[in-house]
Structures are given as C-alpha cells and as structure tokens.
Design a protein around this ligand. Structure first.
Ligand code: ADP
Length: 365
C-alpha cells in the first residue's frame, strides 16, 4: 500500500472486522470517506453538517424545508437525500449533510460552515469501541472548522467538552426553550424530541438570514418524515403511530412519555448496552407485544412491570393487538416503536414500518 495516497472507506465497514484489517489499520492515516471527497472537490460549497445520536434526519428536513420555502437554493445529502458525491453545487448552493458517526470517525477534511451536534447518548457501541470513542468521532464535525464557522450545541455537558477541546469555530449555544410559537401550528413539531430538532433548525435558519415570521410561516405545512412518530391512522378513539425508526430505547422514550393508554409493539435486535428504563412511562403503557428473535431480552426487562404478549412476529402482534382493542372503550394509542434494530426480521426500518402500516390497515377494516 506504499504507493497509495488515500483509501476511501465505505461507512458500513468496521475496520476491526474488515478482511484487510491489519493492512488498513497500518494505513489508518490514509483512510478517508466520501464526505472528505465532497469537501475536497467542493471547497466553495456552503454546508450545514448535522450529527448527533437522534434527530439528524428530522433536523436536516426541517432546515431544508425552511430554506427552500424562503427561496434558497438548497440540497440534502449524506445519509438522507442523495449520496453526497451525486450532489452538484455552486457557490450559491447550501448543502445540508447528515453525518453519521461512522462517516465522521474516518473523515479528515470535512469542514462545515454550520456544524451541529444535536445530542449524544449510548448508541452504536457495537461499532465504536466505547462511549469516549463514539463521542470523539461525533466531535470531529468541528475539528477542521475555522473562526468564521459556527458550532451549534445545546447540552451543557457537550458545551463543556467543546470548550475543553479548544476548537476554532464560534460556539452557538442553542437554548432549550422553544422560540415563541414556532411549534404551535404543527402537531408533528410539537412532539417533544422534535422540539429540540426545531430549536436547532430555527437558530440556524435565523443565522442564515431568514426572519422569525418567515420561519413560522414556512413551518405550518412541514410534514414529518415517514417512520418517525408518523401518525398514519385514526380510527374511532384510537391513534396508530409508526415509529419504526426508533432503534434504541432512548428514541422510543419520547413516544412513551407523550401518550397515555399505549398498546406498545416492540422488539428486534437490541443495541449493545441498551436498557429499558420504564419507571417514568410505566403508567402510560397498557400492554406490550414483543416481536423479533431476541424475545428473552425484552421479556427480562418487562417482566413484573408491564403486561406483555410474546408475539414473535409483527403479523401475530397486530392480530393479538386487534383482539385486545375490541375491549377498549376509551382513547388509546397503538405505538410501533421497536426500541431495537430491524435486521433480525426485516431488510431495514423502512420495510418494517411499511409492513406495520399495511397490516394495521388490513386488520382495522
Ligand atoms: P436520526 O437520523 O438521528 O436517526 P431521526 O430524525 O430519523 O434521527 O429520528 C429517529 C427517531 O429518534 C425518531 O423516531 C424519534 O422518536 C427520535 N428522535 C428524533 N429526534 C430526537 C431528538 N432530538 N432526541 C431524541 N430522540 C429523537
């Protein structure tokens, strides 16, 4: 590998399990990613880079929506939208890039004008060696930023870490308090985790030059993303929510907190180190339906706390659920928020969510 300048690593490849592991590790300094290539070939592009454990796609979409509605030439790339190297841009284009910790881990040249770290919680520990490794890779979003670039952070602990690392960019502390009325006209944005995403989107849009009233106006018709707290059916007193994107317990917590009398379908491949902490939500849950191949993990965590049915697969969960709903007279919420990854029984979370919606529509007839 002596005569190779750079090795472009696909984000899905974990160096520690790769076929060429020893060669790659020896040449780690040469490893870069598709994001690096984008920055090297488009030095004039104005970019907003977004990372964090949860809410990346949603925040990208909200910013994209606001800027587009207000006449900016704006594109979405990275984990959301087009693959980053398919994006053509000129100096007027604003490119919003969703950056995963995998991509950031090996990137060396990324330099967003606006860098966002939404939040950080235990996730992807199967890929990263430990939490500190995961945290360091997320903070790489700010690594090459210069003094005219901005770094957006909200959590106190993350702000402290940022300050200790002595990055060059200007720190923008995003307040936890929601900007007046910006969430009022949209049920989706009023959902608690989206308030955090909205706060970041609001602040960046203001810094780019969109005024308060125009932001509010453009948010009115913002439609959420599929599979993320997607309220796709209301029948009698029952709302059906597809939150298939929730692949860790942390991302299911908000839906459990926001609703009452929940019939909760969960299960799949739990994230390493994940724990279901129910104390706060227990009273909101009526019954659980456990799907997936790791039933024992979920049964162990729910036993003696909540009534549950082991349904193994999604179809029998939906059938069991509709049998129970026959006895439901009050308002209720059917929540598909699996708190785990989908790969044991589905191709991905999108397929999992689509199958759920199809089954519900079938049995709700
Ligand atoms: P990501 O792209 O980071 O995976 P998404 O925007 O696709 O995040 O949302 C994934 C799930 O995470 C959603 O279903 C939602 O329940 C939860 N979520 C969204 N935003 C946040 C947030 N700011 N904090 C915590 N959880 C969130």
């Amino acid at each position: 590998m002596n005569n190779i300048d750079f090795i472009v690593l696909s984000p899905g490849i974990n160096l520690n399990n790769a076929l060429l592991k020893s060669k790659l590790i020896k040449n780690k300094k040469k490893i870069i990613t598709d994001l690096d290539l984008f920055y090297l070939f488009n030095p004039e592009a104005k970019t907003i880079g977004i990372t964090g454990t949860n809410g990346k796609s949603t925040t990208c979409k909200i910013i994209h929506h606001i800027l587009k509605k207000n006449g900016y030439q704006v594109k979405l790339g990275g984990n959301i939208g087009k693959p980053i190297l398919d994006i053509l841009c000129n100096s007027n284009t604003i490119v919003i890039i969703e950056m995963s910790s995998f991509q950031l881990a090996y990137s060396k040249f990324i330099k967003p004008n606006f860098g966002v770290l939404l939040n950080l919680s235990i996730d992807h520990l199967d890929w990263h060696r430990n939490f500190s490794d995961y945290k360091n890779s997320k903070f790489k979003i700010f690594f090459n930023q210069g003094k005219f670039d901005k770094a957006y952070i909200s959590s106190q602990a993350l702000i402290k870490f940022f300050k200790n690392e002595k990055f060059h960019s200007k720190l923008i502390k995003v307040p936890k308090k929601i900007s007046p009325n910006s969430n009022k006209f949209n049920e989706y944005l009023n959902f608690k985790p989206n308030l955090q995403n909205l706060n970041f989107a609001y602040r960046i849009s203001r810094d780019i030059g969109v005024n308060h009233a125009s932001i509010l106006k453009s948010l009115r018709d913002f439609k959420g993303l599929k599979h993320r707290y997607e309220i796709f059916l209301r029948k009698k007193n029952i709302s059906f929510i597809n939150d298939s994107k929730a692949t860790s317990f942390k991302s299911s917590e908000y839906s459990l907190e926001a609703n009452k009398n929940i019939y909760w379908i969960l299960g799949g491949l739990p994230k390493k180190g994940d724990k279901i902490r129910l104390t706060k939500f227990q009273r909101n849950i009526n019954r659980c339906y456990i799907i997936g191949k790791k039933t024992a993990f979920f049964v162990n965590q729910l036993r003696n706390k909540i009534k549950y049915t082991v349904s193994n697969n999604l179809k029998s969960a939906v059938i069991n659920l509709f049998k129970d709903l026959k006895f439901e007279n009050g308002r209720a919420v059917v929540l598909f928020s699996p708190a785990s990854a989908s790969y044991d029984q589905f191709k991905n979370f999108e397929q999992r969510g689509d199958i759920f919606k199809k089954l519900v529509k079938l049995y709700a007839k």
